[in-house]
Design a protein around this ligand. Structure first.
Ligand SMILES: Cc1ncc(COP(=O)(O)O)c(C=O)c1O
Length: 421
């Protein structure tokens, strides 16, 4: 074998597309003729998908918002990639590493309809968004707008900018049950002044599951000369959208969340014309100012993790993101609609299907969220997470595509019982 074909075979071995999707493909073929709503409620179909997951029998896992662990196929591919990269050693790193990273960026970009030259494969949302927050050339007195309900790591990074550069952070509070999109847009608009440089908005609020009207917020902010950064930790691979529909300047997400890629994988999107305005976290050598590679130097890291992103995408594509979105929304609606009007029970997530995905939040008046979390786990073997934040006190419930309606019936029964004790 000459050098050229050997290198090619090494490359192919490392990103070879899956061998064992046959079973899932057959299962999906059996529902292809059905419309989305029928597939979303087809328990037999989702029970077969559930077979791809190794589930602990100890409890019902309704806390996938932290990390959506991998189905077995992706897990097996990850192990193969680890074995191959370890076998090839530095040779892998010096031959196909960068070519493969480009393929991965291409595949991730395709999910949201942008090009790979606007995408960096990062380690998580924190890295993606904090890189932008920390990479903007701030001047004292510049302002940034965000929400109390945003994620702590990003709020903390803005606080760091306040200490370091004198940035002024303005916080809005997002209502759990907005009357309409304009109510939310107006809220953000009221916080903008002539000094505002950047507005951060969650695509899906992690503690309530509420989907925010990002495009309308972006249009309003852009009209006032303000850049828009979207925290897409929970929206990417959960709800279907294209980057051009949002028209934001920056978008960060974790691929180990709803894409079910291995831990430590994320994505940063930067609109082409904004790339040269952001300072990198780690300097890259001699690239054009508008080359996304400038923002993506992280040194040597577990490249096998990056490779398995392709397998996670293949898994998702086999099911179909639209089927996955429909199922997740269906599951959220399934349990919230049974609890929404129950005495003492407070559902902190909007009712309209267009304003939520699979995540919901529920509390019981008179019971502290932390106590409720503990009682659900101890007495009912249901694993959730307590949320005690401004305007949101309850449990975040985040099922995944392997969750059954039977498991959600257990949640509904438990909440009803605890609320009547
Ligand atoms: C809204 C939101 N943003 C950012 C993050 C940070 O994600 P990661 O820890 O993967 O960087 C999370 C994590 O749960 C989140 O919910």
């Amino acid at each position: 074998m000459d050098k050229r074909s050997f290198l090619k075979s090494v490359g192919l071995m490392s990103v070879a597309m899956p061998l064992n999707f046959l079973h899932l493909e057959q299962v999906v073929a059996s529902v292809k003729h059905l419309d989305m709503a029928d597939v979303a409620s087809d328990e037999d179909f989702w029970l077969k998908v559930r077979g791809d997951y190794d589930l602990k029998p100890d409890y019902i896992n309704l806390e996938n918002g932290y990390y959506c662990f991998m189905p077995n196929q992706t897990m097996e591919h990850l192990i193969d990639h680890m074995r191959n990269v370890n076998y090839e050693g530095s040779y892998y790193m010096r031959t196909v590493q960068w070519e493969n990273k480009k393929k991965i960026a291409n595949a991730v970009a395709a999910i949201v309809g942008c090009t790979a030259d606007e995408v960096a494969i990062t380690r998580n949302t924190t890295e993606s968004l904090d890189l932008v927050i920390g990479g903007i050339h701030w001047n004292a007195g510049d302002e940034a707008v965000m929400a109390e309900q945003d994620y702590g790591a990003m709020l903390n990074h803005f606080k760091l900018m306040e200490k370091r550069y004198g940035v002024v952070n303005k916080l809005v509070s997002v209502p759990n049950h907005p009357q309409n999109d304009e109510e939310i847009v107006d809220l953000y608009a009221a916080a903008i002044t002539d000094q505002t440089r950047l507005l951060m908005v969650c695509h899906m609020v992690n503690i309530t599951g509420q989907v925010l009207p990002v495009r309308k917020i972006a249009d309003m902010a852009h009209a006032r000369g303000v850049e828009v950064m979207v925290d897409g930790a929970h929206a990417f691979s959960h709800i279907e959208f294209k980057m051009q529909d949002l028209d934001c300047d920056y978008y960060g997400t974790s691929l180990h969340k709803w894409l079910s890629a291995p831990l430590g994988s994320g994505m940063l999107y930067v609109k082409k014309e904004k790339i040269d305005t952001v300072w990198p976290l780690f300097a890259e050598s001699d690239l054009e100012a508008n080359d996304m590679g400038r923002l993506n130097h992280i040194g040597t890291h577990p490249v096998h993790t990056d490779l398995a992103i392709l397998n996670a995408i293949e898994y998702q594509n086999t099911i179909g993101l639209s089927r996955k979105e429909a199922r997740l929304k269906y599951l959220q609606h399934y349990w919230t609609s049974q609890l929404r009007h129950f005495p003492r029970v407070v559902v902190n997530s909007p009712v309209e299907m267009s304003r939520h995905g699979g995540i919901g939040n529920v509390g019981i008046e008179g019971i502290e969220p932390a106590d409720l979390e503990e009682r659900l786990m101890q007495e009912y073997k249901i694993f959730t997470v307590a949320i005690d934040r401004p305007g949101v006190r309850g449990l975040r419930i985040s099922p995944n595509i392997y969750t059954t309606t039977g498991e959600l019936d257990s949640l509904v029964d438990a909440i009803k019982e605890l609320s009547t004790l």
